[in-house]
Design a protein around this ligand. Structure first.
Ligand SMILES: [Mg+2]
Length: 235
């Protein structure tokens, strides 16, 4: 049985914060929005936030514009997924924008960064229920609440990605609830690789016994890499 892994997208793979800042600038609310990054207190009024979101929703395929935090890690994740036969799901609650559906924009973006045939679920609501329904082993998310929801509502492990790294209170809170804390996507993938290896060790003896009694069987050849179909065109 292979590991079943899920990744949240914004804050984990994609730099939503900078893109939202850019959208605020384009909507003429940039000066105020800059304070958001510097201060934990949100200085924007709900009306201003609504205006920025309205601008985002009017922008064609806005979700394809985001920068990847660690683009090489998506390539690495794809290689590890193929090698270890993991099942990977990308989860998001992104709202729709003009252009293609959120799911397609997100799949397109992930493929552009080197992870082919990405499974993207655009499900609002509880991450715990989703982790349970998808029988996930581990999820990576940048929101403590989502991680708490997952460890409370399923048997999956959760890894909280805190990029800023100085949020000691959140880190302590997460650790006290059995949630792992990492600072980069690279570190999250390292942890998942270790989980994979320790799973192999634990199952090693049983695996050898089943090999012994099951006769010889080939591993089965892997499918070829994705065809070079060039860059998919968005409308
Ligand atoms: Mg997120």
């Amino acid at each position: 049985m292979s590991l079943r892994v899920a990744f949240d997208i914004d804050g984990v793979l994609a730099d939503f914060r900078t893109a939202f800042q850019d959208a605020a600038n384009e909507a003429g609310i940039g000066g105020r929005a800059e304070v958001v990054a510097a201060s934990p207190v949100d200085p924007l009024s709900s009306r201003e936030i609504k205006e920025i979101w309205a601008h985002v929703k009017r922008s064609n395929n806005w979700w394809t514009r985001l920068r990847a935090y660690e683009p090489h890690q998506l390539v690495r994740l794809y290689e590890l997924t193929r090698r270890h036969k993991w099942e990977v799901v990308f989860m998001t609650r992104r709202p729709s924008t003009d252009g293609d559906p959120v799911q397609f924009q997100t799949q397109w973006w992930i493929e552009q960064h080197g992870f082919y045939y990405p499974a993207v679920v655009t499900v609002p609501g509880s991450r715990g229920e989703l982790a349970n329904a998808l029988r996930l082993d581990v999820i990576v998310d940048d929101q403590l609440l989502n991680c708490v929801d997952v460890v409370g509502g399923s048997t999956a492990k959760a890894l909280l990605l805190l990029r800023d790294g100085h949020d000691r209170a959140t880190e302590d809170h997460a650790i006290s609830r059995g949630i792992g804390v990492v600072k980069t996507l690279e570190e999250a993938i390292d942890v998942i690789s270790h989980m994979h290896e320790s799973l192999g060790e634990r199952r090693g003896r049983l695996q050898r016994l089943s090999d012994w009694f099951g006769g010889s069987k080939s591993d089965g050849a892997a499918l070829p890499p994705p065809p070079d179909r060039g860059r998919a065109k968005l409308r």
